[in-house]
Design a protein around this ligand. Structure first.
Ligand SMILES: Cc1cc2nc3c(=O)[nH]c(=O)nc-3n(C[C@H](O)[C@H](O)[C@H](O)COP(=O)(O)OP(=O)(O)OC[C@H]3O[C@@H](n4cnc5c(N)ncnc54)[C@H](O)[C@@H]3O)c2cc1C
Length: 523
């Protein structure tokens, strides 16, 4: 390997940005040798956040993080300077913020009577406990491509635990039993505090402003090339001594095709698949367009490369059923503090100290989160922003006789105010922007061993995968951590960096944690 390789990263999500930073920080690769190609106009992938008070803000997602897990994420952000607090890292400022604004949700579940559901008990029967224990102890080889419903009886899906766990992590009953089991282990500490979300850590602003912006600023200062509006359509390759070697990258930029030569010793990283591929925004007067992967590009290259190469995984396991992987979120911009005041009174939580408020009997299974304000760097003092989502957008609402998928922002607000018994007057000047995400839980689809490639496949010389769709033992998808961990693993292996990737903390092996979880299960 050349001592100063060039590195090309396909996709500009947090995975690629993190990989670029690890190459510079730990691999000594000069920033100017690194290029990131992103199809969209901005970097950050799923960690988006955009808009202004006039046109309305929008986020596809709001993220919960922890400091008990997220080992690689914090390892990275301890090295990235804060943009707002001179002399501090992003990690420092996040920890300090969370000391001041501790999560302690007091209205985690709300029922059809608009009553807060008591959630100190998880609602398990003895059968639920036995089945959960059996699933949590089953080997992954035995679980295979089975679904959660193959292991847990119908009554389990009516427990308080399921409503809280499913809506915190976005699980559906038909999702992968392996992934559900991994979550039980990885987030065992959350089991004992799921009803208050006391373990959850938030960033100061949305994750674009608080994570992507500083990371991107640091990478640019190191000389890295961040190229947006650039779709990579194909890779040229050769095979030498049984090793797969990428030799060229086909880029489509503003309708021009360009082929970049990849020389001996250079490296290529691909973000294969994306949970926010083909996502679309609506408005107060229109529902989001119903797009599919045919309208977008994140899956195409992986599909092309994996055809006939089992070591590159099986994208169809994840992207072949929108009905099982789709849900919708929405972002509401308010210019009247009334909604936040009423929620403060109703929930008992000042914005930023609660968590998800889930309307457990709502047909759409709708939840909202009121983050600490301002939630955007450019948000004026007299504007508030909150985010919500629903796991069943295909169902007719309780107050709006339509599936959420066909609703505009005004109709979503009406449904929400119906569940809260708030006068519609309170949201008269609100701007609600819905967002449809057809592949949002594609990572949770039932899968077989081998459906996800290793970050560096065994026969690859200069090529790695960085995404939610790679196989990393014991870690859990649908997290920022998974992409950052994939990045650190891929970079250390391809560059031969003699450092250790931080281990997944074995909270599940701690007798104390296990005891707390058991106590909770029997409450
Ligand atoms: C609604 C929502 C809620 C979430 N909640 C949480 C949470 O609470 N906690 C948590 O930790 N995580 C959460 N996540 C998950 C987290 O945001 C993601 O796991 C992470 O951002 C994925 O990053 P990535 O870089 O792997 O992929 P992505 O963000 O998907 O980025 C991949 C990028 O690659 C680009 N790309 C792909 N192929 C090509 C190509 N051929 N050419 C050019 N560009 C290409 C795509 O356009 C995309 O921008 C949530 C995500 C969403 C959407």
């Amino acid at each position: 390997m050349s001592p100063k390789p060039k590195a090309y990263l396909v996709g500009g999500g947090i995975g690629s940005l993190a990989a670029a930073a690890f190459m510079i920080r730990d691999g000594g690769v000069p920033g100017e040798n690194i290029s990131i190609f992103e199809a969209l106009p901005v970097m950050g992938g799923s960690l988006d956040g955009a808009g202004d008070a006039a046109g309305g803000y929008s986020l596809r997602g709001g993220r919960m993080l922890t400091t008990d897990n997220y080992e690689c994420t914090w390892n990275l952000f301890k090295s990235i300077p804060s943009l707002n607090h001179a002399g501090k890292s992003v990690y420092d400022e996040t920890v300090e913020f969370n000391e001041l604004h501790k999560s302690h949700a007091q209205a985690r579940l709300v029922d059809r009577r608009r009553a807060k559901v008591p959630v100190t008990s998880m609602g398990f029967s003895m059968q639920d406990r036995m089945e959960l224990l059996k699933l949590s102890r089953a080997e992954e080889a035995l679980l295979g491509s089975s679904c959660i419903t193959d292991w847990l009886s119908p009554a389990f899906f009516e427990t308080e635990f399921w409503f809280m766990w499913a809506t915190t992590f976005a699980f559906q009953p038909w999702h992968s039993a392996v992934e559900f089991k991994r979550y039980l282990h990885r987030f065992m500490l959350e089991f004992s505090r799921i009803e208050t979300l006391a373990g959850v850590k938030r960033t100061i602003y949305n994750q674009y402003d608080s994570m992507v912006r500083p990371l991107q600023t640091w990478l640019k200062a190191q000389g890295a090339r961040l190229v947006s509006d650039c779709q990579v359509t194909d890779l040229d390759f050769k095979t030498e001594g049984g090793k797969f070697i990428v030799t060229g990258i086909h880029c489509l930029r503003q309708y021009d095709n360009e082929v970049i030569a990849v020389n001996d010793g250079d490296l290529v990283f691909l973000q294969n698949g994306s949970m926010t591929d083909a996502s679309s925004l609506g408005s107060m007067t229109s529902a989001p367009a119903k797009l599919t992967k045919e309208d977008s590009g994140s899956w195409a290259l992986w599909e092309k490369l994996a055809a006939g190469r089992p070591q590159f995984g099986n994208p169809a396991a994840f992207n072949n059923c929108i009905a099982q992987s789709c849900w919708e979120s929405f972002t509401v911009t308010l210019k009247n503090p009334g909604f936040f005041d009423l929620m403060d009174k109703f929930s008992g939580n000042e914005a930023g100290t609660g968590g998800l408020v889930t309307f457990k009997d709502s047909n759409w299974l709708m939840s909202i989160v009121l983050a600490h304000q301002p939630h955007f760097l450019n948000q004026p003092d007299d504007v508030q922003v909150f985010w919500g989502y629903a796991l069943f957008p295909d169902r007719v609402g309780n107050f709006i006789p339509k599936p959420m998928a066909d609703c505009n922002g005004a109709e979503i607000l009406e449904e929400l105010c119906g569940h809260l018994r708030f006068d519609l007057e309170i949201v008269k000047t609100a701007n609600c922007i819905p967002c449809r995400m057809p592949y949002i839980t594609s990572m949770f689809m039932p899968r077989l061993q081998g459906d996800r490639p290793l970050p560096v496949p065994p026969d690859s010389k200069n090529f790695a995968f960085i995404s939610q769709f790679v196989e990393i033992q014991a870690d859990t998808v649908f997290t920022v951590e998974y992409s950052v961990r994939a990045a650190q693993m891929a970079v250390y292996e391809l560059l031969g960096i003699p450092l250790k990737v931080p281990a997944v903390t074995p909270h599940d092996k701690s007798l104390h944690t296990e005891f707390e979880a058991l106590l909770k299960a029997f409450k």
